[in-house]
Design a binder for this molecule. Structure first.
Ligand code: E4P
Length: 212
């Protein structure tokens, strides 16, 4: 499974670049960075050599296509995020026809994922944490999408998004999702285990007692 980071904080991206296959951003994350949209995306492309999702902010398909074309000029790795609406999927179809890769975002049902695949999406982003938040099991949706895509050999990849904890990551990998995008704190927690820390501490102490 490919691992993406879900942030617009370039210091975090730099820190974990050695294990990252790509980056996802959204307007909220860019807003939190306090920087200009294009500056952030451009800088990210210089750190990670993999798909970098940049989201359109218009709601009408024609505008989304125009914006998507402009964003795709920033760097060959920029992929265009469009929302899963009628206009968004229309834009997905148009951008895909032009050879521009699209991430259909805000996916909350298997039928939305089916439509996105039929429109040629490069990836779809089911938001599992937000489903968990309202009492639905986000990972069930990932299972459904993976199954449907396998049934019809769709090339669209499943990018698990809105990840809240390391259990989400492990489960996504067991289901066979292609990609999981994680906030920085989840990536950090994947490295850690208390027995690793305790074991290392003991080895360090004992190494000082080794005869010279
Ligand atoms: C994915 O591309 C989104 O940026 C992200 O995963 C949304 O996560 P949230 O529900 O934690 O905002």
């Amino acid at each position: 499974m490919k691992l993406f980071i879900d942030t617009a904080e370039v210091d975090d991206i730099r820190k974990y670049a050695f294990i990252l296959d790509g980056v996802t951003t959204n307007p909220t994350l860019i807003m939190k960075s306090g920087r200009k949209f294009e500056d952030v995306i451009r800088e990210i492309t210089s750190i990670v050599d993999g798909p970098i999702s940049a989201e359109v902010t218009s709601l009408a398909s024609e505008e989304m296509v125009k914006q998507g074309i402009e964003l795709s000029k920033i760097h060959r790795n920029v992929i265009i995020k469009v929302p899963c609406t009628v206009d968004g999927l229309k834009a997905c179809r148009e951008l895909t026809k032009k050879g521009i890769k699209v991430n259909v975002t805000l996916i909350f049902s298997a039928n939305q994922a089916l439509l996105a695949a039929k429109c040629g999406a490069f990836v779809v982003s089911p938001f599992i944490g937000r489903l968990d938040d309202i009492g639905q099991t986000g990972l069930d949706l990932v299972e459904e999408i993976v199954e449907i895509y396998k049934n019809y050999s769709f090339k669209t990849q499943v990018l698990v998004a809105s990840v809240r904890n390391p259990i989400h990551v492990k489960a996504a990998a067991r289901i066979g999702a292609h990609i999981c995008t994680c906030p920085t704190n989840v990536i950090e927690s994947m490295f850690r285990h208390s027995l690793t820390d305790a074991g290392l501490q003991k080895f360090m102490e004992d190494s000082k007692k080794v005869k010279k």
